[in-house]
Design a protein. Structure first.
Length: 138
């Protein structure tokens, strides 16, 4: 991903298919929404650090964060985001395959705005992306 591009939504997920589903679902429900993807927590933090230097207008308005990624997982990235004053106000929605109570409890205790278990069908993806857009991007 090119670092100079600004996105309304930044998704951190090592599953490229899920990133593509999210982009297509947002396109279907909310056509003007720009969605970018990074493949792990290291790329996410690099993107956020670089864009925070340019000012808050350069930062995403919403982060979709998978918990289980290589190099730096979503748990570690969430803690770092919420510890950084220039980033902590960005809503972070955990968007993962997990539905385990310990993961939900960790996410909410660590400052996540919401916890969503990834859907199976594309229609569900569209419904989730529409509700995220209505809640966080209006």
């Amino acid at each position: 991903m090119k670092q100079e591009v600004n996105f309304a939504i930044l998704m951190a997920d090592d599953d490229e298919d899920d990133c593509n589903f999210a982009k297509e679902a947002f396109l279907e429900c909310c056509q003007q929404t720009s969605v970018g993807c990074v493949l792990d927590g290291m790329e996410l933090m690099d993107y956020l650090t670089e864009h925070s230097r340019a000012g808050s207008d350069e930062l995403p308005r919403l982060i979709l964060l998978d918990l289980n990624m290589p190099r730096k997982d979503g748990r570690q990235a969430l803690i770092e985001i919420k510890a950084e004053p220039t980033l902590r106000e960005i809503p972070v929605v955990i968007f993962t395959t997990s539905s385990e109570e310990k993961d939900i409890a960790f996410a909410m205790k660590s400052g996540a705005a919401s916890f969503i278990t990834k859907p199976v069908g594309f229609d569900e993806w569209v419904d989730i992306m529409r509700s995220l857009s209505l809640k966080w991007l209006r």
